[in-house]
Design a protein around this ligand. Structure first.
Ligand SMILES: [Zn+2]
Length: 354
């Protein structure tokens, strides 16, 4: 049981990364809408085991927005509770999300190049794990494909590809590049391919599952349409890599549209429940699964046994790691915490003195 949330995890509107004035403006707009209840919140049960018993571990996200992250008392899953309602989330994605998420000056072209690079990483990962043979001659489907850069990479390697997403701006960019993309979700794919799921060899969800308010429903739907043996690739941010990838800063890892946070074991468990057998998963997280109707079930009790530290103790441990790393890089961090115009000014004076 947790007695006290560390001060660093308590709510304050201070972002934990540098945000440009234009991103601060978008952040303030979201904050204002939450405070005025234009953006409505709703309580959530555990997205893995449906329990309603939880412990709150953090009260803010990296932008300094009031986001409560809780740990399920039953299965140890980390998730957001309360979270924005379905309707508010959808408005947020349409109006603020891209401008909050996107670095200043980064264009849709840059995003596409970045997506293509991700496509290369996924391709290499599948190749290294000897999955490419299993999908030869089959179609690749990506759910939540954005502009479709990942699919472009596979297309250049001779695969037929198709993707879907909700955001029209990015989709149209990919369609103009000649990609086979449709506006919608997995529910709309069935109509589009006229139920011919046997043609699909690989389904990709890259940084998508953590955004879904009902991931189990999505996976069960996917499982119900896919043929036996179809491969599913899942990429999600992994909580057990926060020490390596986020300098131990748990808050830096949290952002308002992420509704649940996976470790390797939790993803494995969720996928098994929907009849997907793990072929390979790491803590990064990249996972490859195969649709099968014969599967060994995992039990909830096994989840807690997997790690030496449960998620609450692990996140409290991270706070110590963060403080240590901050102390080690003290000068660099002070410099980083100064706003850009002031940094430029200081740099000019420093150069003049030289
Ligand atoms: Zn749970």
């Amino acid at each position: 049981m947790i007695k006290k949330i560390p001060d660093y995890y308590k709510y304050s509107s201070k972002p934990v990364l540098h945000l440009s004035p234009s991103r601060i403006k978008v952040r303030n707009q979201v904050l204002d809408k939450i405070q005025k209840e234009i953006y409505k919140e709703e309580t959530s049960k555990c997205l893995l085991c449906d329990s309603i018993r939880y412990t709150t571990i953090a009260e803010k996200d990296m932008y300094g927005l009031p986001v409560k992250t809780v740990v399920c008392d039953e299965c140890d899953l980390l998730y957001t509770n309360p979270r924005l309602s379905e309707e508010s989330l959808s408005t947020f994605y349409n109006i603020e999300y891209r401008n909050l998420d996107r670095l200043d000056g980064a264009s849709i072209d840059d995003f596409y190049v970045f997506q293509k690079y991700k496509g290369q990483l996924i391709y290499s990962f599948l190749k290294d794990n000897m999955i490419l043979d299993k999908i030869e001659g089959k179609m690749i489907l990506e759910i939540g494909c954005g502009a479709g850069g990942i699919l472009e990479y596979f297309k250049e390697r001779g695969y037929s590809v198709m993707g879907c997403d909700l955001g029209a701006e990015y989709l149209n960019y990919g369609i103009d590049k000649g990609l086979n993309l449709i506006q919608g979700t997995i529910k709309d794919i069935d109509n589009y391919i006229e139920g011919k799921w046997q043609n699909i060899g690989l389904v990709i969800y890259e940084q998508v599952l953590e955004h879904l308010s009902a991931p189990k429903i999505e996976l069960n739907l996917l499982s119900s349409v896919l043929q036996e043996g179809t491969i599913v690739y899942i990429g999600v941010p992994g909580i057990r890599k926060i020490e390596d990838n986020y300098e131990g800063n748990f808050i830096r890892f949290l952002q308002i549209p992420h509704l649940l946070h996976f470790s390797k074991v939790h993803l494995d468990y969720m996928m098994r429940q929907a009849l997907f057998k793990p072929i390979f998963i790491n803590e990064k997280i990249q996972g490859v699964f195969e649709k099968t109707s014969r599967l060994k079930k995992l039990y909830q009790e096994e989840l807690k046994k997997y790690y030496p530290l449960n998620n609450i103790d692990y996140i409290l441990h991270l706070n110590k790691v963060r403080q240590q790393k901050w102390n080690q890089n003290r000068l660099r961090n002070v410099y980083k915490s100064i706003s850009l115009p002031v940094r430029d000014f200081l740099l000019k004076i420093f150069k003049r003195k030289k």
